[in-house]
Every structure is written in structure tokens, then in C-alpha cells.
Design a protein around this ligand. Structure first.
Ligand SMILES: [Zn+2]
Length: 221
């Protein structure tokens, strides 16, 4: 069962269309996997649309019951676009190191780049549409791990397939994990896993000789 969800404020920002693409895709993909957040997001999106309709209503004309149908349509068309649910996009299948995965719709269109790899870790860069954040698909082969590290910024990991564990918990597909500089962890996987990650700043390795781990750091940020 999914235990980790985006915070309410992140869902609200998503409903308002205020998240950068990397985060918006993380929330959309989570909502494809999580009925609870999908419902919350629908409610918030509805509230945002209602609030916007009230804001846009011309005060005098609005009291007039003969408000013109075309005026009303103009108001509706002027509303901010609702977050993408991308019903029309089919779910892409990606292959990496002999593993095969079907992606959520929210990530399918973008996932057309090649993989870079180092050891058991592979990465495909996706667009974050932000100055500092970087979005990626990250794959770890069975029995792989990422050396203990912390973050100078925020790290969001959405587990898409497989499972992994760290010092805090064991994770299942759909888990939306948000960590910052206060968290130090060593993710490892027994059967392999595919994640979508959004990272604000480079990783900081806390053990071993950081220089030797730089290729991994490069892949993950
Ligand atoms: Zn959720």
C-alpha cells in the first residue's frame, strides 16, 4: 500500500498550475497510481476553477440574470488550464539493462532520450523546465544501491516500479518520497527498481571518498 503522498500544499500548487514541469509530472504520475490523491486533486482543481470563475465575474453584469451565454463561455475559456491528465497519451514502454517497464502517462511523452549508466545505476534525463531542478528516470539493477548521501536541496523520488528501501522505510510503487538536507540515506534494491526523481541541487556523499563517487553524483543530479 502507498504510504507516502505529496503534501496538500503541493497538490494545491499543482491544481493552480504553479509547479514547474518536473514537479507537475511527479504529482500527475503519483495521481495515476494513487486514487486517494487523484480524488483530492480533482476536488482542489474544481475549487480553483470555481474561485477563478467568481474572480472573473463582472460584478454588475453578474447580477443580471440575462447574462449572455457567450460571456459565460468567454469566462470559462479564460480559466487557467486544468492540470494535465493526458488521457490521450498512451503509456510508453522503456527498456533498460534487460528490464522492461510501462511508464505512467504523465511521463510517457518525454521519455524519448537515451540512458546513461554507471555500474548498476542508469539514468534518462527528462525536462524539468526549471533553472535548478533536474528531472530523471532512475533505474537501479537488482542488488544495487546508491552510496549514503544527503542533499543540499530537495529530492523527490516517485517509485514507479519494483521496490527499494533505505534507513527510513521500505517503499512500494506510487510512494512519493520528499527528502531534504536533514535526511541522510542509502537507498538499496533487491529486485531492481525504476524511479522518477526531481532534484534541486547536487548530492553530497557522506562516506568514502566523494571524488570516487562523483560519476554516481553526476548521474543522480
Ligand atoms: Zn497519494
Amino acid at each position: 500500500m502507498i504510504k507516502y503522498h505529496p503534501k496538500q500544499e503541493m497538490l494545491l500548487l499543482h491544481a493552480q498550475g504553479q509547479l514547474h514541469l518536473g514537479l507537475a509530472n511527479a504529482v500527475s504520475a503519483h495521481c495515476e497510481l494513487c486514487a486517494e490523491c487523484r480524488h483530492k486533486l480533482n476536488v482542489l482543481t474544481e475549487q480553483v476553477a470555481q474561485a477563478s470563475l467568481v474572480d472573473n465575474r463582472p460584478s454588475v453584469e453578474a447580477t443580471n440574470t440575462e447574462m449572455d451565454f457567450s460571456d459565460m463561455m468567454d469566462q470559462i475559456m479564460g480559466l487557467p488550464a486544468t492540470p494535465q491528465t493526458s488521457h490521450s497519451t498512451s503509456r510508453k514502454i522503456v527498456q533498460v539493462n534487460g528490464y522492461q517497464y510501462q511508464l505512467p502517462r504523465a511521463l510517457s511523452q518525454q521519455a524519448n532520450k537515451s540512458w546513461s549508466g554507471f555500474g548498476k545505476i542508469s539514468r534518462m534525463r527528462l525536462d524539468a523546465d526549471d533553472d535548478t531542478a533536474r528531472a530523471s528516470l532512475l533505474h537501479i539493477d537488482a542488488n544495487g544501491e546508491i552510496p549514503e548521501h544527503t542533499h543540499t536541496g530537495r529530492e523527490i523520488t516517485l517509485l514507479l516500479s519494483g521496490s527499494f528501501e533505505d534507513e527510513f522505510s521500505q517503499y512500494v510503487p506510487g510512494d512519493f518520497i520528499e527528502l531534504d538536507a536533514q535526511h541522510k540515506h542509502t537507498p538499496k534494491t533487491t529486485n531492481g527498481c525504476l524511479c522518477y526523481t526531481v532534484v534541486d541541487a547536487p548530492l553530497h556523499f557522506t562516506k568514502g571518498i566523494s571524488k570516487l563517487l562523483n560519476p554516481i553524483g553526476e548521474l543522480i543530479y
